[in-house]
Ligand binder design. Structure first.
Ligand SMILES: [Fe+2]
Length: 240
C-alpha cells in the first residue's frame, strides 16, 4: 500500500487550537501511522486575523523544535511545514504574500479556509490575488461551508478558476451534522476533491477521522482514496 500523506492537521503543539502538548501530537501521529500515514504537512492556522494571527516565522520556529523532538523520540515519520491561511479582508488589504504561506513554504500550493457563512466578494478578490501571484489555491473543507449547501454552483465557479478542494475525513466518519456528512459524501462520489485531510486537532478527533478513511474507501474504493491521500498529496510534497 502506498504511504499516505496528511495534508491538513493541527499537530504543531501550543500554537493554535490544535494539540496542546507534544505528547498529544505524538499520540495523533502514532494513530495515523497505524492507518498508513508516514508523511505529514503540519498546517497551523495562519494569516493576519484574530486567532489566526500566527506569522509564518513563528510556525517555522515551532516546526524546527517539533521535528527535533520527533527525532529524539524516534518517531518514524517525515514532516513539512505548511499553514491553513484564513481568507480575510485584512489579508487582502495588506497584500503581503508572505502571510499566505504555502505547503512546504516553497511550493505553489496554498491551503485556505473561509470562516464567513456566506461568500463575500473579497473572498473572490483574495483568491484572484493569490492566483495572479502564481499560487495554486486549495480550499479546505468546502463541505463545512454553509454557502456550498445553498449554492453548489460556487464550486464549479471556483474549479473553473483552478481552485482545488480538500475534503475532511471527519464528516465522512460522522464528526459533523448529517447535512455536512451528506455533502462530503456527495463531493467525494462526484470526484470534487483533490485531496482528503484529517484536520485533526487532538486525540479525541482521531476515531472519527480514521472511521472517515474507512468510509471513504467504502464509498469510492481504495484506489480512489489512494489518489486523494497518497498520489495527489505527493505532487505537492515532491514540489517543495
Ligand atoms: Fe484546520
Amino acid at each position: 500500500m502506498p504511504e499516505r500523506i496528511d495534508v491538513h492537521n493541527h499537530f504543531l503543539p501550543r500554537l493554535d487550537d490544535g494539540c496542546s502538548t507534544i505528547s498529544e501530537s505524538f499520540t495523533c501521529i502514532g494513530a495515523m501511522r497505524n492507518a498508513g500515514y508516514r508523511r505529514f504537512f503540519l498546517t497551523p492556522h495562519t494569516g493576519p486575523t484574530d486567532m489566526c494571527s500566527i506569522r509564518p516565522e513563528e510556525s517555522i520556529e515551532h516546526f524546527h523544535a517539533f521535528t527535533a523532538a520527533a527525532r529524539q523520540a524516534a518517531i518514524d515519520a517525515e514532516f513539512k511545514i505548511g499553514g491553513e491561511v484564513r481568507l480575510s479582508q485584512e489579508l487582502l488589504s495588506r497584500r503581503d504574500l508572505s502571510l499566505a504561506v504555502t505547503y512546504g513554504i516553497t511550493s505553489r500550493y496554498c491551503l485556505v479556509d473561509l470562516w464567513e457563512p456566506d461568500w463575500p466578494r473579497w473572498a473572490d478578490e483574495t483568491i484572484d490575488w493569490l492566483i495572479s501571484h502564481g499560487r495554486i489555491v486549495v480550499l479546505a473543507h468546502p463541505e463545512r461551508m454553509p454557502i456550498m449547501q445553498n449554492y453548489p454552483a460556487l464550486m464549479d465557479r471556483l474549479a473553473e478558476r483552478g481552485v482545488l478542494f480538500q475534503g475532511n475525513l471527519g464528516p465522512l466518519g460522522g464528526s459533523e451534522l448529517p447535512a455536512i456528512t451528506q455533502l462530503a459524501e456527495s463531493f467525494l462520489r462526484q470526484g470534487r476533491y483533490f485531496m482528503l485531510g484529517s484536520d485533526c486537532h487532538r486525540p479525541s478527533h482521531l476515531a472519527a477521522r480514521m472511521a472517515g478513511l474507512d468510509r471513504a474507501i467504502e464509498l469510492v474504493g481504495g484506489e480512489k482514496v489512494d489518489e486523494l491521500t497518497c498520489h495527489n498529496p505527493a505532487l505537492i510534497w515532491n514540489s517543495c
